[in-house]
Design a protein around this ligand. Sequence first.
Ligand code: PGA
Length: 255
Amino acid sequence: MRIPIIAGNWKMYKSPAEAESFVRELLPKLLPFDAVERVVCPPFLAIPAVSAVLKGTPLKVGAQDVHFENEGAFTGRISPQMLTGFVEYIIIGHSECRRDLGDTDETVNKKVKAALAHGFIPIVAVGESLIQYEAGETQAFVSGQIRGAYADIPAENALKTVVAYEPIWAIGTGRNASAELAQSIIKDAVRDTLTGLYGEAVAQQIRIQYGGSVKPDNMAEYIAQPDIDGALVGGASLKVDGFTDLVRITAEAVR
Ligand code: PGA
């Protein structure tokens, strides 16, 4: 039984003060929904304030990226060691980091290994562009991203990870992939690739989220799919009511 996971990716929104007051308001609303793993991923600067509010609560904190080295001459970067004690999850390989910050399958693999070595849960993000989607390359591309991200990662560590399948054309566009399409790509390109790498028993335990214009009014369709175990949510996670509805709808679906 895979516990569903809803993670809010706040991207470059919310100052430390805004983030802190947001989670103070969000926390009591999310407390009733223990059937769902609930994660917020603030910008780095807001992480300490958010983590202080949520310490000891069932609401977990994640980072949006990490460097794979512990320290060094890497201007603007944050290391896994620096995040220790503040977060439990780290989004790795988000398409915006692949696009703007130079992430490749190779750096994603290094970051996943570094995150695991420090005891974090990586949320490994994959997904194709619109051009790839229209060219019918989705399955091969996403499957390749999974193989790249999990290269040389043993099964016992792969089990600790979460995958987020996010078609780039659906992120922040309001053009979400239909639940049926998301299910078929997640099954064929993500779960079947993990089965090839680790076998059925392991692949069946790894949670896979859908991401890309997830909203309260489409959440139920995704969570009803057999291979979709939650969502990585940008825009709709920035409002207390929206976030609460996503978690409530997910909890109702798994009851
Ligand atoms: P969106 O973003 O929900 O705003 O489409 C999703 C993401 O980038 O994780």
